[in-house]
Design a binder for this molecule. Structure first.
Ligand code: AMP
Length: 473
């Protein structure tokens, strides 16, 4: 990756908003909202963004990132000009709704700022009517924004600011082409603010193509560490792998990443877990790209409970909502251990880090204690009792549609087919991941069989499709 090196590292977090070039009305509004101090990402981004610089900012939900892009775009806004002056692209409707709420709160300081949210799953007609009444700010998902641009119902000629929020998730959801098509329709003279929790390759590509001399803003997220509960269990050679199943059935996490030191151990563990009816998949170096995509899609969309991986294979993996990390083997490198467990407990959620250690790994455990400056907390395997007699099943099931980017299929088309003709609600549908030749869509377990039948019987984009499940039903 060749993103520019960070210009701002951990920023002072105790700064108030008073030091920023904001209007007195905005400062008063922030005061009223109880925003007395900037969050670290705000302190790092706002001085640069308010100077009009393009940004690549690393921030997660809950970090205050919305205000970090909202204040600059509001500062550039002229409410007397009836034209769309800023566009925020978000991966999902839920995020677009959240961003809109926060924008409305922050925009209270200015008169009559009109904000319109444009996402799929809502009739176009109503959105067109809102746009006709004039909008200053638009928040939406890439597919639907592109629809409006193609129909000529949205005009971006007066745009000052383009925001790509959770850009990595938009890439995950197959929105690369839609994002670039939208960005190409914005005026060249503009400010672009890109927010992303991780930097997969696609982000670099987008940054190179659409940002001008971007400043990279990064905040060290050490504050996550205390939210992770670490427990160590002593195991023997014979009890190590069965102990993983015991932990899973006791804690019943929805998504668990289990780290092994070798590929062989990954394979053995997956066989053992599957034998006990726990849905587990292995991720290791030699998988073909196609297999890797399929494994990651199933884990990320919560239709596989456990991903068993080596450290190398898990590089670049961006999975939010990971309830637990299990160290099946202790890493000899304490830094790797901390990196592994840092994958749980993200974005303000509590996480569980469970480590299995045999006597000959106690030296490595000691190094971890020293590195973390905290003693390890030991529990006994005997405490682990199955918390329920129900099998541990993932909440979602992945349907694989044979058809992808080559067929010009977009996430919105699949969502449209399921929420339109097939009659499901948006909440019953999970992640949609479009790859070159096929599309993975997660649906709630309870509707999986029927949803597959309905898709097979119906049409997507006017064409019949073949659909199968990747899991046993
Ligand atoms: P976000 O990460 O943008 O979703 O923001 C998380 C929450 O923090 C939202 O409820 C914001 O209203 C709130 N928030 C953002 N900035 C600040 C701040 N400087 N002080 C207090 N609360 C804030």
């Amino acid at each position: 990756m060749t993103t520019p090196s960070p210009t701002t590292a951990a920023a002072p977090s105790k700064a108030g908003f008073g030091s920023l070039p904001l209007s007195p009305a905005m400062l008063a509004n922030l005061q009223q909202l109880g925003y007395t101090e900037m969050t670290p990402i705000q302190a790092a981004s706002l001085p640069l963004a308010l100077l009009g610089k393009d940004l690549i900012a690393q921030a997660q939900t809950g970090s205050g990132k919305t205000a970090a892009f909202a204040l600059p775009l509001l500062a550039n806004l002229n409410p007397r000009r009836f034209a769309v002056q800023a566009l925020v692209l978000c991966p999902t409707r839920e995020l677009a709704d959240q961003v809109t709420v926060e924008l409305r709160r922050l925009a209270r300081a200015q008169d009559n700022v009109k904000i319109v949210t444009l996402c799929g799953g809502v009739p176009l007609r109503m959105q067109v009517a809102s746009l006709e009444h004039g909008a200053h700010l638009v928040v939406g998902t890439p597919g639907r924004i592109l629809d409006h641009l193609q129909r000529g119902t949205l005009d971006l000629q007066a745009l000052n600011t383009l925001v790509l929020d959770e850009a990595d998730r938009m890439l995950d959801m197959g929105f690369f082409d839609d994002m670039t098509s939208v960005a190409k329709q914005c005026p060249r003279e503009r400010q672009t603010l890109l927010f992303s929790a991780t930097y997969p390759e696609g982000i670099d590509k987008i940054a190179k193509q659409f940002l001008r001399e971007p400043q990279q803003v990064k905040v060290e997220t050490k504050q996550n560490a205390p939210k992770i509960e670490q427990r160590f269990y002593e195991v023997t050679r014979a009890s190590r792998l069965p102990a993983v199943a015991q932990l899973l059935l006791h804690f019943r996490p929805v998504s668990t990443l289990a780290f092994c030191n070798t590929k062989q151990r990954c394979k053995e563990l997956v066989t053992l877990l599957q034998g006990q009816g726990i849905s587990a998949l292995a991720l290791y170096g030699e998988l073909e790209q196609r297999e890797r995509d399929q494994v990651l899609a199933q884990f990320a969309n919560r239709s596989c409970s456990v991903l068993v991986a080596t450290d190398v294979a898990s590089r670049g993996l961006d999975i939010t909502q990971l309830e637990a990390v299990i160290n099946v083997d202790i890493s000899p490198d304490p830094e790797v251990h901390v990196h592994r467990i840092g994958r749980t407990g993200r974005a303000g959620e509590a996480g569980l880090a469970l480590s299995l250690a045999s006597l000959d790994e106690m030296g490595a455990v000691g190094r971890i204690e020293q590195y973390q400056q905290q003693p390890s907390v030991w529990h006994s395997l005997d405490e682990l009792k199955p918390a329920s007699s129900e099998p541990l099943l993932p909440p979602m099931v992945t349907l694989q549609i044979l058809g992808g980017r080559k067929e010009k299929l977009r996430p919105g088309d699949v969502l449209g087919a399921l929420t339109g003709e097939a009659g499901y609600t948006r909440e019953q549908i999970g992640k949609i991941h479009v790859t070159e030749f096929c599309t993975f869509v997660a649906v709630e377990r309870a509707i999986a069989r029927e949803a597959m039948q309905r898709l097979n019987a119906g049409k997507i984009k006017g064409r019949s499709v073949k659909v199968r499940t990747l899991q046993e039903l």
